[in-house]
Design a protein around this ligand. Structure first.
Ligand SMILES: NC(=O)c1ccc[n+]([C@@H]2O[C@H](COP(=O)([O-])OP(=O)(O)OC[C@H]3O[C@@H](n4cnc5c(N)ncnc54)[C@H](OP(=O)(O)O)[C@@H]3O)[C@@H](O)[C@H]2O)c1
Length: 311
């Protein structure tokens, strides 16, 4: 798991590349969903977008927040979204890691995609509020939250897990995910055109545990409840919510899989891993569906990892 080397004092937007233009979702109302609060289809949100629309420019970018964007899956998803022409706010505690993600993706100046880095600790309500305020100020709306920040915690026998160990995992994986989802929900509910999508990052541990993972497993099962509640409560507001359950993408968090990790039978074994970019392609597919369609749950895992077949 990535370590926190620089905690953000308060979420503050750090523009990395200029936004070309921003605008609303391109989906027209359909009978299966309530109509947006204000009709009229795709409404440019800024003077720049309005001018671009008049001039017949490219379609407005959609806008995403990616938490945990400074490493691993969050970085891969942020890169994939930017390459798919999204504007992306990169959130996480380490400013330098976010800047590195931006640097890695900002390859096409002067036609660079819009990126903003917002150092944020997702366990702090005031920092989460500041993150979403920065996104509204910068881009004018929000189309996607990839609710990804997470931590595995200490892998120790259940009786050795301290209260602080437990709380640290619950605060990031569950409370942080809730705070970000709530702030995104408020933004999506209030904006015009109304609506958007939230994709929660669950895990194979949302289905079955690994040994010595009670806090991680409990919080990832809870993410499934968060996903279902957001899906239901989002219906009146054109807010879709789905979940991706990942197994063994090669990141810092899964370093143990490549050197040997404890199995259910007490043995230690090296496990197969997959490329985080293959997860990112799935998230982009989920993100780019019209709001009338939703991937409710997707499981993307290393093909031969121990899961199917119970080992
Ligand atoms: N890799 C896999 O195979 C796998 C499998 C199942 C699920 N997942 C899930 O995928 C997500 C990302 O994991 P990863 O594998 O990419 O590991 P990772 O590289 O360690 O990424 C975790 C990210 O979460 C951020 N984070 C942690 N605490 C935070 C906090 N309080 N506030 C804001 N950001 C915080 C970290 O950034 P900072 O340290 O800069 O804050 C880091 O960028 C997690 O939710 C994990 O449970 C991964």
């Amino acid at each position: 798991m990535a370590q926190n080397t620089q905690r953000a004092g308060a979420a503050q937007a750090t523009p990395v590349a200029r936004a070309g233009h921003v605008g609303g979702t391109a989906t027209a109302p359909r009978p299966t969903l309530p109509a947006p609060a204000t009709r009229g289809g795709q409404t440019p949100q800024t003077a720049a977008a309005a001018q671009e629309a008049r001039e017949g420019g490219a379609a407005p970018r959609k806008v995403a927040v990616v938490t945990g964007a400074g490493s691993g899956i969050g970085r891969a998803v942020a890169q994939a979204l930017i390459r798919a022409n999204w504007s992306v706010a990169l959130a996480g505690r380490r400013a330098e890691a976010l800047a590195e993600t931006a640097r890695l993706t900002d390859l096409t100046e002067p036609t660079s995609p819009a990126v903003v880095t917002v150092p944020t600790d997702v366990t702090r309500p005031e920092q989460v509020d500041a993150l979403f305020a920065a996104v509204r100020d910068r881009f004018g709306r929000l189309d996607l939250l990839f609710n990804n920040a997470g931590t595995f915690g200490r892998a120790v026998p259940l009786t050795e897990l301290s209260y602080d160990d437990w709380r640290a995992v619950v605060e990031v994986n569950l409370t942080g995910a809730f705070l970000c989802a709530q702030a995104a929900f408020r933004t999506m509910q209030e904006q015009e055109p109304q609506g958007g999508r939230i994709i929660n990052n669950g895990s194979i541990s949302a289905h079955v545990p690994r040994p010595h993972s009670v806090a991680y497993t409990a919080t990832k099962h809870a993410i499934t409840g968060l996903t279902k509640s957001l899906s239901l409560d989002g219906r009146p507001y054109r807010i879709a919510c789905g979940q991706i359950d990942i197994g063994n993408a090669a990141t810092e968090m899964t370093g143990r899989m490549q050197t040997g990790t404890l199995q259910a039978n007490g043995q230690t074994a090296v496990e197969p891993v997959m490329d985080a970019a293959d997860v990112a392609r799935t998230v982009v597919h989920m993100a780019e569906l019209p709001l009338e369609a939703n991937v409710q749950f997707a499981t993307v895992m290393a093909t031969t990892m121990p899961y199917i077949g119970r080992g």
